[in-house]
Ligand binder design. Sequence first.
Ligand code: 26V
Length: 830
Amino acid sequence: TWKEALRGVTTDEPTITKSIVNHVQTSLARQPHNLDELGAYQAAALSVRDNLIVNWNETQLHFTRKAPKRAYYLSLEFLMGRTLDNALLNLGLKNKYSNSVDKLGFNLEDLLDKERDAALGNGGLGRLAACYLDSSASQELPVWGYGLRYQYGIFQQLISPDGQQLEAPDPWLQNQNPWELPRLDVDYEIRFYGHSNRLENGKAVWSGGQEVLAIAYDVMIPGYETKNTNNLRLWESKPKRGFDLNSFNAGDYEAAVESSNSAAAITAVLYPNDHTTCKLFVFGKELRLKQQYFWTAASLADIVRRFKNLDKPLTEFPDYVAIQLNDTHPTLAIPELMRILVDEEDVPWDLAWNITTNTFFFTNHTVLPEALEKWPVPLMEHLLPRHLQIIYDINFSFLQAVDKKFPGDLERLGRMSIIEEGFPKQVRMANLACIGSRKVNGVAELHSELVRTTIMKDFVDLYGISKFANVTNGITPRRWLDQCNPGLSQLITETLKIPRSVWLKDLYKLEGLLAHAEDPAFQKKWAAVKQSNKERLAHYVETTLGATINTKAMFDVQVKRLHEYKRQSLNILGVIHRYLTLKAMSAEERKKVNPKVIFFAGKAAPGYYIAKLIIRLIVNVARVINADADTKEYLTMYFLPDYSVSVAEVLIPASDISQHISTAGTEASGTSNMKFCLNGGLLVGTVDGANIEIAEEVGETNVFFFGHLTPAVEGLRYQHSYHPVPVEQKCPALAAVLKEVSSGRFGDAGVYEPFLNTVRQHDYYLITDDFDSYIRALSMVDEAYQDRTEWIKKSIRTAAKMGKFSSDRAIQDYAQEYWNIETLKLEPNG
Ligand code: 26V
């Protein structure tokens, strides 16, 4: 088998042990007998890395020889989490390493816990990119990721005693990173500023300005049960020259290092805003635009160089290269490819445009207007003068084509133009991405439909519907079931009576569990797995917050970035309502109530005032209700600080129910909803994003839906603005809750007013419209939980129907319908 055939690789226990000890002594320069857990983790990781490097090298050599068409996934974010456990699982070496580590006096699970997360992303968009890399490698597809090697990932979240979010840096590279390979020989010079002088034939010469070096760091991406090991190439910025000699010689040392500091700043830190709320803050920021250009220019230079090694004419570029744009962040790749082709390779403009528009594919991840990227023209002109010219030239021919199809329709031209009029004028990146791409896709059926009918409607009229498609998101079952929930994985394997590797590669096989849903013995085992996961979470909460948790209670979880559209507000207001209801009951009545523990976690963008207030409210409500002797047996609540991939791996398998309750039409897909369901958690949610497709798969009786539907949203908002009804009249139960918050029952009377006013006044996210229906849905959850056997059946049926949501399916879809690439297997012995 492939395992035995691995060459030059440590697969037997004595060799593994020897390799770990060897790394302790030579790589770490330490003595094996006084080694701590961190050192042991590092040595084990270095030993696993040796295996990965061999496979990685052979895969890359094989790909170079076979020269297949390749796909490149350009993403500013890759939220990888930890690597060691995943690598061991994919290599099939976990048991052996566990035994070796045991012999050396350590416990593998403890060592795994020493690894820091690679948190180079904000949330769903970045984690999706990570799942797609896992699926591409596992399916032996020639796919590379391109991103930035940030010195600091997403900030670390601290919560002050009074509930305020504080941010600290995330120095994830502090103890060297064994999973990357510096490629100091792979570098490109990237230019900023300067002047662009037009020549004839649409060409130009761009010169002067600042030049910065891009250095490659390669991260190995092992596939599951295959020798194929793909690459994620991350760029680091470096000054082209160490420092400025003229200033240095003149004795001005500060000026001498200034330009090198500004070069290093480009990849210093990940921007922590997703769906910005503060347009000027983000889109005015030169550094963010510099990041985007630095990364797209280095990646394209690398892709073009690899293509040119094939010795094919540039007209064949799209036959060998497909580039997926993960949101609009890499849109500058479009004018950059035009610049390379026209200015550097002498390709005529029209031919270059043909090549470009056959190379790129664009995924949109949100229809929220405040998250659609726009860059001020003066900033673009200053930083990227040549690209602005190219954008104007693209726009000119584009608007001519629009005018030809819709003569004299000036409003349409205004809406579709890449340049938005105003002070200042702005470059609309979504328009540019659409115009320069072969296909545009959304990330769930409803979202793709909204893309076609709202933000891209005019483009559908122009190009026809077939350019606009859907690929529903997916998650990797390796990390999000096998790794994070070994108990369930084990139970599934023994129940289906097929090897684990079979259903992990074909998740539809989980349907085989349906045949066992009625079997009491199986139900009992299923429930026992959930129970032990709840105990694992309780242990985590005990060690981080010092709180003791009743693991017999229902665990109700909402974990995601804090944002008004995701409506953590609805959840917390619902919790207060539950608390008030409990308080109003007699002690006898309360005894009939299901105990419930509510978990929240998630980061707020540092400048997002209302989101931070909501965290503060959650923490302070928790403090009050957790201390209330009347109710604490029945209701407690926790805000877990510093949500991350690793925290998610503990939280998700422990949930009985999770909440995905965005205002209809606002959550493009959501991917944690898939993770919870795959782990046998039920879902309470709105008819939004991928919730809809989950319900289609598992059956609506197994999902708790509530709230207004997407088509109603616009009308309700109109009512709020023009015929407002006071909340006391519209929703008395909610009014009572708001009154308690205002009264200071949860401390800090007054501080919450700005948040409360968002509900009392325009209520853009429809809290007042959905509150009653939300509370009813939660009562149905309580009722359903009373019949535990029925609940367990629902849980089994839900997990069994999650096949569609494997990221393997999503990647197959991209590979076939978009990229037109094929599997290229590295034979185990070749
Ligand atoms: C937007 C912006 C705009 C301001 C500058 C920084 C920044 C950074 C990221 C973004 C992307 C926002 C889009 C996004 O994250 N969408 C999420 O994508 C998930 C994967 O498709 C999907 O499951 C979520 O529903 C969607 O909100």
